[in-house]
Write a protein that binds this ligand. Structure first.
Ligand code: SF4
Ligand code: SF4
Length: 81
């Protein structure tokens, strides 16, 4: 069974919890893991842009659901594909 991460940008308020929680992001940048904000130039999987989160590099997403658990408003989910 395969899953795809989807974001409901209309629900997101840009808190960045998911960006910090994502283990792929953390593996790429200790600044992200430390909560200093997303750095798109190093290619995280999930970033905050224009006040809402978006998936930057879906192919790198491990579908681990950590970001889903970190989101206080249920703006992220895994969709079966
Ligand atoms: S499902 Fe996991 S790897 Fe994918 S964006 Fe969320 S936290 Fe990162
Ligand atoms: S998707 Fe959720 S955790 Fe991520 S920035 Fe938006 S509100 Fe915060």
């Amino acid at each position: 069974m395969a899953y795809r991460l989807i974001v409901h940008r209309e629900l997101c308020h840009g808190c960045g919890n998911c960006v910090v929680a994502c283990p792929v992001n953390a593996s790429k940048s200790t600044e992200i893991a430390g909560g200093k904000g997303p750095q798109e130039d190093i290619g995280p999987s999930i970033i905050v842009e224009d006040g809402a989160v978006r998936i930057n590099q879906l192919k790198e997403c491990k579908n681990c659901a950590t970001c889903i658990k970190a989101c206080p408003v249920g703006a992220i989910e895994l969709e079966e594909v």
